[in-house]
Design a protein around this ligand. Structure first.
Ligand code: ZN
Length: 136
């Protein structure tokens, strides 16, 4: 399931109120139109309806790909990352390691989120890539 809401944000250029989509979680199997936006970096962007200025919003979001069993949680800081890790540990304990079939990552930047999705989509293992990168 995706969790999505519309909020009003202030355009940094003209100051008008802009309607913006905020996705607490995005399930790209249920909302396939959002995946290309994640891949081209426009997912977190909002365009002012008045002056057409494009700004980038920053908020936590869970990227969920059910088919490929991928969850990438974008958080804003280390404290949120710690809370997420504890939450996933709790879920694992309560539901008998049900998430073992998933590749779960917690990332601290939108760029990292994009990078993880691209690596997984290309059929690679990001952990293996990190190990390789350290040896180059
Ligand atoms: Zn504007």
């Amino acid at each position: 399931m995706s969790r999505h809401r519309i909020v009003k944000v202030k355009c940094p250029k003209c100051g008008n109120k802009v309607s913006a989509s905020i996705w607490d979680s995005v399930n790209v199997d249920l909302d396939p139109d959002e995946k290309p936006k994640v891949l081209d970096g426009t997912f977190f962007q909002v365009t002012c309806q008045d002056c057409h200025f494009v700004s980038n919003l920053n908020y936590p979001c869970l990227y969920h790909d059910m088919v490929n069993r991928i969850m990438v949680q974008y958080v804003l800081n280390v404290d949120e990352a710690q809370e997420c890790m504890e939450m996933y540990d709790d879920i694992q304990r309560k539901f008998d390691n049900r998430l073992d079939v998933y590749r779960i990552r917690i990332v601290l930047s939108q760029r990292e989120l994009l990078e993880k999705v691209r690596i997984f989509d290309a059929g690679y293992d990001d952990v293996l890539l990190i190990v390789l990168a350290k040896h180059i």
